[in-house]
Ligand binder design. Structure first.
Ligand code: TYD
Ligand code: MG
Length: 455
């Protein structure tokens, strides 16, 4: 049944019945998004009045009078996924999993769905691939047999009907961009479609306590398509990333109402699907002894990872030297180079500098600064850092070292992996942990002091 559409400016809220490239009211370009004006299909569109909700539950109540129900979580079948989710899937919640096409989202979710279906009712909605294609992939995966239900459908209405009929504990929609709401004239994948489909699914899922996992593709600009709209709507946003040419994949929580963000899960793509990597430090630790290599301990979510950094510094033959960084912000690298130039007197502005983090990890935290500086100086002087040393510390613009968080936990991980020497900022205040750890702890007040100690 066709319903009237209205185009609403996302910037000023003005409504028109016709699409324009530019809002006539506020003049913003490309801000009009189609919405359903009014609908005869009250079941799906009634936002505020849900007949399934008891009248008493619509009244406000005293916070203290609310019983504290423990959140029961559904295990996803994979520890790495559970950790990123904050301990498993919460019934009635909606999780968005984003990532580049071909990175392995469908594989991850099909594996997880298969595992979950051993204990719960699970519906896998494939809007992108035919049932046969999904079956072929399923057969390829490591042989778990379970009662997974499959629906290959792109029409939102039919998906909703099936969800209502089955009332599964978990439903996976692969992908939200391929779903189509017939009452909107916009193309599948457009902002209006993505939002309407996700909202309709969420209303139903909340009502029947189904945990929903939506797959979303990342656009060329690196944003989840239908981007901000969906991020606000869902309870958790996970991104699945990795180098297409390497086999490991990183799963990260960008937003999570039920757990910590920046939690990291590590998988490896194999011939029979994705396998969990329980000890990821080994992936990021290349163990190479060469000049230009320094080791740091990164902190991701609740977990420490020992990671190698590698720098290559050479005399430039360009007017302005080349600086590239993989896995680290280029601005950060520029800043560290400037500090080294000023406070250690190294003429780095006449040198090219390339920096890479091993294993495709992104290291954003400033605790890596000292490691970056050590890698750069090690390459510049062509001196190897002694084996078994980790370096941690944030670099101030005056060349001073600032303490880093969770130092004890980081050093524990380093010791576990056989490191026996750590250069850390002065006054890090490790306390009793420092005595427990079998580690030579070198405290430095400035980057110069730290590098003299380390090299
Ligand atoms: P896919 O899950 O289809 O990616 P997405 O849903 O994110 O687009 O992953 C596809 C890639 O994974 C494809 O290039 C083939 C590879 N793959 C394996 O290497 N091993 C496997 O067992 C499977 C199922 C896929
Ligand atoms: Mg897919």
């Amino acid at each position: 049944m066709r319903t009237a559409s209205v185009y609403v400016c996302q910037s000023c809220g003005a409504k028109t019945s016709q699409f324009f490239g530019r809002c006539a009211s506020c003049g913003t370009w490309n801000s009009l998004v189609e919405q359903v004006a009014h609908s005869t299909d009250g079941r799906r569109r009634s936002n505020s009045f849900d007949p399934a909700v008891e009248p008493a539950a619509r009244r406000s109540m005293a916070m203290a009078s609310l019983g504290d129900q423990p959140v029961c979580r559904l295990a996803s079948g994979y520890d790495e996924l559970d950790r990123v989710l904050g301990g498993g899937l919460v019934p009635g919640s909606m999780v968005l999993v984003g990532g580049d096409p071909g990175i392995g989202k469908s594989t991850l979710l099909l594996q997880s769905a298969t595992a979950m279906a051993q204990q719960h009712s699970v519906l896998y909605v494939s809007a992108e691939e035919s049932a046969q294609q999904v079956k072929l992939r399923w057969l390829r995966l490591e042989g778990v047999v379970s009662d997974l239900q499959l629906l290959a459908e792109t029409d939102l209405e039919l998906v909703l009907q099936e969800l209502e009929a089955l009332r599964p504990a978990v439903a996976i929609i692969d992908s939200i961009q391929a779903l189509h709401d017939g009452s909107l004239s916009s193309a599948p994948g457009s902002v209006a479609q993505v939002r309407e489909c996700a909202a309709a699914l969420q209303r139903l899922a909340k009502r029947q306590d189904t945990a929903l996992i939506l797959v979303g593709h990342v656009t060329k600009e690196g944003m989840l398509a239908g981007p901000k709209v969906l991020e606000h709507l869902v309870d958790a946003v996970l991104t699945f990333e990795g180098d297409r040419f390497a086999s490991h994949r990183l799963l990260r929580a960008v937003k999570n109402r039920f757990g910590a963000t920046h939690e990291l899960g590590v998988f490896e793509m194999q011939g029979k699907g994705l396998a969990e990597v329980g000890n990821p430090s080994e992936l990021f630790l290349k163990g190479e002894s060469a000049s230009g290599v320094a080791t740091i301990v990164a902190f991701e979510g609740t977990r420490s990872l020992v990671v190698d950094l590698q720098a290559l510094v050479g005399v430039t033959s360009y007017a302005s030297p080349r600086r590239t960084a993989t896995g680290l912000g280029t601005n950060r690298l520029h800043q560290i180079l400037a500090v080294l130039e000023k406070h250690m007197g190294l003429p780095l502005s006449r040198y090219d500098c390339y920096l890479a983090v091993a294993g495709g990890l992104e290291v954003e935290e400033p605790a890596a600064d000292l490691g970056v500086a050590a890698a750069v100086v090690s390459s510049y002087r062509d001196l190897m850092l002694p084996k078994g040393t980790v370096l941690l510390g944030e670099l101030g613009l005056g060349g001073q070292l600032r303490p880093v968080g969770q130092l004890g936990q980081r050093l524990k991980e380093a010791v576990r992996l056989g490191f026996h020497r750590a250069v850390v900022p002065q006054g890090s205040g490790l306390g009793p942990i420092g005595e427990e750890l079998e580690l030579e702890l070198l405290e430095a007040a400035s980057v110069t002091e730290a590098l003299v100690m380390a090299l």
